[in-house]
Every structure is written in C-alpha cells, then in structure tokens.
Design a protein around this ligand. Structure first.
Ligand SMILES: [Zn+2]
Length: 150
C-alpha cells in the first residue's frame, strides 16, 4: 500500500515528466487582474469600507416602491437595481433612487442575524400595507460590491 506522502511524491514526479496532472484551467488570475479588481476598494477611506459591511444577514431584497418592479431571486438582481457608492440604490425600471424622502422608513421589525443577535430592520410601508426592505437591500448591494472588490 502506498502511503499518502509517497503517493503525492509519485504524482508530482509523474507531472514533472510530462503528465498533465497539474495542467488545468484553475489557475489563479494574474496579479494585474487581482489588483484591478481591488483598485476601487483601495481608494476608499477605511471608515467608508467599514460602512459597507452589513449589520444584518446579507441578501435581503426589495421590490421598488415607486413602480412595483419586483425581485424574483434571493440575492442581487442586476436587472432590477444599480448601486452607486456609497449608499444609493437606483431602480433600473423607473429611475427612482433610494433612500428617498418620498418613501420614508416608517416601519421596522426585529430579526436575528447569523450570530443570534437581535437586529432591527427598517422598512418603508406603503398605504396598502406592503413592506419594502430598502435599507436591507442597500446593505446587501454594498456587501456584494465589497465582496467583489476584496
Ligand atoms: Zn422603480
């Protein structure tokens, strides 16, 4: 029986002699590509970067209260919202921007985050009683941007 270190050495040796063991498409991106991805993040002051870290569980979505544009997936829908740093969401259907005085955060609820901590989430509640989790959606988009640029 071949022990794991011996097996690893045999595999590496066979690769060194032309076996395609280590030839694959899973190479890390070139340094230049990684630096370009982090460039916008590195321009921000530390306080602005920290402000992008959500307080609640990410991936909260919201419909647009201005036009009713509806989200269908749990996560960031790039055909519904556009984030402008540091904290503006724009509906791609009607162009409404949030936060907005036209859609005040007039409702709230308490949930548990992944750490079991109570987190208060603010909502806009319209005249029909529908809730729009605009601050949560904004935090989700900020978190998504942050993760993409780390
Ligand atoms: Zn809209």
């Amino acid at each position: 029986m071949i022990k794991p270190p011996a097996l690893l050495a045999a595999l590496l040796l066979s690769s060194a002699h032309g076996a395609p063991l280590l030839d694959h498409d899973l190479n890390t991106p070139p340094r230049r590509q990684l630096e370009a991805a982090a460039r916008d993040l590195m321009k921000l002051p530390e306080a602005e970067v920290l402000a992008l870290v959500p307080e609640q569980t990410p991936f909260i979505t919201s419909d647009c209260p201005a036009c009713g544009n509806t989200h269908f997936a749990r996560g960031l829908e790039r055909d519904l919202w556009k984030l402008t740093l540091p904290g503006t969401l724009t509906c791609l259907k009607c162009g409404a921007q949030f936060p907005s005085d036209k859609f005040p955060l007039n409702d709230k609820a308490t949930y548990l985050n992944t750490l079991g901590e109570k987190v208060e989430i603010a909502f806009h509640r319209d005249a029909k009683g529908r809730r729009f989790a605009l601050p949560g959606a904004l935090q989700s988009w900020q978190n998504g941007w942050l993760v993409e640029h780390l």
